[in-house]
Write a protein that binds this ligand. Structure first.
Ligand code: 3PY
Ligand code: MG
Length: 256
């Protein structure tokens, strides 16, 4: 099984894609969730305990099921974005993109010239895509998606400028950090009214720019609401939250 070359097109044209969200350090977790009916799997290196070596093992486990693997990199670690793309991820999600310069650096590390300055060495991606080197080079910018996370007041204020950066395929909204920013640090309310207004605005600006809009959902029910709004991709909960929910449900049933 090879990486899915239709992922960027499917994001643009089809029903909203739903992704798993993995932070646990064992790559097998991503392999297990990939076999559930998610459309893709995100490996969270920003807040998860999964590291570079484990992501490199997780990618082929996800691709083996015919699904795209994406990675969320740590804040400002743009060089790692190139390394994950070299290993075969189909998308990069970069947190805290607060300036046009941040967005330019992200695009620079994720897209080959003339759009960016990604350096050659896509050895994992070559075997997982089945493409010859020259073919991969000519197609790679369109085979992978680069998401800039919008999760601060600064980012919201310049969302049009971030969307306009060549090589930025779309935005990914972080509703928890956005709620902290919008409340001036007073609270965490990812489904509150202020966040709702902000995410509606960002979604409409992404659509106006003909770019992608993705978002994180705290639960399946919340993911359904966000998918109905028209987001192209919605990430649901996390491996840990699903493990805990499954344990709670089993114990509640056992003790009923
Ligand atoms: C946020 O909600 O801030 C995120 O980064 C999604 O996990
Ligand atoms: Mg965040």
């Amino acid at each position: 099984m090879l990486t899915d070359p239709s992922f960027p097109e499917r994001l643009k044209s089809g029903a909203p894609l739903l992704t798993a969200w993995c932070g646990l350090p064992d790559p097998a977790t991503a392999g297990i969730l990939a076999r559930e009916p998610f459309d893709a799997v995100v490996l969270d290196v920003q807040h998860g305990s999964i590291d570079f070596a484990a992501v490199l093992q997780a990618i082929p486990l996800v691709v083996a099921v015919g699904k795209p693997a994406l990675v969320r990199i740590p804040v400002g670690d743009f060089a790692s974005a190139s390394r994950y793309l070299d290993a075969g991820v189909s998308g990069v999600i970069a947190p805290m993109i607060n300036t046009v310069e941040d967005a330019g650096r992200l695009a620079g590390f994720t897209k080959f010239p003339p759009t960016g300055e990604r350096s050659w060495g896509a050895y994992g991606a070559l075997s997982l895509s089945g493409l010859e080197a020259g073919e991969y080079l000519s197609k790679a910018n369109g085979l992978t998606v680069t998401f800039a996370m919008i999760e601060t007041r600064e980012a919201l204020a310049i969302v049009d400028d971030i969307l306009a950066v060549p090589g930025i395929d779309g935005i990914f909204i972080g509703p928890s950090d956005l709620s902290i920013a919008l409340s001036g640090g007073k609270g965490l309310d990812p489904t509150g009214a202020e966040v709702e207004k902000a995410l509606d605005h960002a979604l409409s600006r992404a659509k106006a720019a003909n770019k992608l809009a993705a978002i994180y959902a705290v639960s399946g029910a919340r993911a359904a609401e966000l998918a109905r709004k028209g987001f192209h991709m919605v990430s649901i909960g996390s491996d840990i939250s699903m493990l805990k929910a499954g344990a709670h449900a089993a114990l509640a049933a056992a003790r009923a």
